[in-house]
Design a protein around this ligand. Structure first.
Ligand SMILES: [Zn+2]
Length: 280
C-alpha cells in the first residue's frame, strides 16, 4: 500500500494512467464474467466456466490470438468484427472496457486514500457484471451477490471505515427491508415487484456501507431507476419487467464514494440548501 501511495503522491498522472490500463484488463475479464455466468447457470448443455474454453469467436469458434484480445485496442483495430468470419463482436464489451478505463483512472486521481480506492475497485468488480447480467437477463446470480456480501464484511475487518456491527446490521436490514417491501406489494397487488436477488444485493451493499447508508442507497437507486425507465425502457416500450439491480449498483458506488469523503446525500442536500439560503 505504501508503495502505491508514494507513487500516487510523487506522480499522480502516471498512477492514474497505470490504474486506467489496469482497469481495461479488469473490464475485459468482467466482460467474460457477464457473458458466461448466465449460460453457466441457465443452460445445462453449455460446457463453459470463466476460464475454459479460452476466448473465442461465438460464430466460427476460432480461438482468439493474443493480438485479437487486447482490451480496448483489438475491437477498434478489427472494427468490431471477427478477423476470420466477419461476424460482429458486441459493442457492449468494448464499452465496458472503455468505462473501466475511465472509472479506474478517474477514481485513482480523486479518491482520498489507497485502501478506499482498492475497496471501491473490488466493489465495482462485482457490481458491474451484476448490473449487466440483470439488464440483459433479469437475474442477479447468488454466485456474485453472496461473495459480494462476505467481501464487504472482510473489507470492514481489514480496513474498517465503520464499526463491524454496523456492517452486519446493514446486511440484515438491507435484506429484510426489500423482503418486507416484496411481500407487502405482493399481498396488496397480487404481483411480484422485486426479485430475491435484489434483497441479496441490498444486503451486500448494507455490509459494504453500513445500515446508516441504506436510506440513501434506496433513495438514489429509486431516482436512478426512474431516470433509467424514462430515458431507455419507456422509449423502447419494454415496460413489462424493469431490472432494479443496475440502479442499486449505481447507488451503491455513489454512496461508497460519498462516504469516503464523510458525505451523505442528506448532507449534500443540506449544503445546497445552505448555499441558496445564503444567496437569498
Ligand atoms: Zn468468427
Amino acid at each position: 500500500m505504501t508503495a502505491f501511495a508514494l507513487l500516487r503522491e510523487s506522480c499522480p498522472a502516471l498512477f492514474s494512467l497505470m490504474s486506467a490500463l489496469f482497469g481495461t484488463i479488469i473490464g475485459s475479464f468482467l466482460g467474460v464474467v457477464a457473458e458466461r455466468i448466465p449460460p453457466m447457470l441457465l443452460d445445462d448443455e453449455a460446457r463453459i466456466n470463466l476460464l475454459f474454453p479460452a476466448s473465442h469467436c461465438p460464430s466460427c469458434q476460432h480461438e482468439l490470438a493474443w493480438w485479437e484480445n487486447i482490451p480496448l485496442v483489438s475491437w477498434l483495430a478489427l472494427r468490431g468484427r471477427c478477423y476470420h468470419c466477419g461476424s460482429a463482436i458486441p459493442l457492449r464489451l468494448w464499452l465496458l472496457e472503455a468505462f473501466t478505463f475511465l472509472f479506474f483512472g478517474a477514481t485513482a486521481w480523486f479518491l482520498p486514500d489507497i485502501p478506499t480506492l482498492f475497496s471501491l475497485w473490488l466493489l465495482s468488480a462485482f457490481l458491474l457484471p451484476l448490473a449487466l447480467i440483470d439488464l440483459r437477463h433479469l437475474l442477479l446470480p447468488d454466485c456474485l451477490t453472496q461473495p459480494l456480501l462476505w467481501t464487504g464484511l472482510l473489507v470492514q475487518l481489514a480496513h474498517p471505515t465503520l464499526p463491524l456491527s454496523d456492517a452486519i446490521v446493514g446486511a440484515v436490514v438491507g435484506y429484510l427491508f426489500l423482503w418486507l417491501l416484496y411481500w407487502t406489494f405482493r399481498l396488496v397487488t397480487g404481483r411480484e415487484g422485486l426479485g430475491y436477488g435484489d434483497f441479496k444485493l441490498l444486503a451486500a451493499l448494507g455490509a459494504w456501507c453500513g445500515w446508516q447508508a441504506l436510506p440513501s442507497v434506496i433513495l438514489l437507486a429509486s431516482l436512478t431507476g426512474i431516470a433509467g425507465y424514462c430515458l431507455f425502457i419507456k422509449s423502447n416500450n419494454k415496460a413489462a419487467s424493469i431490472p432494479f439491480g443496475p440502479a442499486l449498483a449505481v447507488a451503491g458506488v455513489i454512496t461508497f464514494i460519498l462516504q469516503s469523503y464523510s458525505l451523505t446525500p442528506l448532507i449534500i442536500c443540506q449544503m445546497i440548501f445552505d448555499i441558496f439560503s445564503i444567496r437569498e
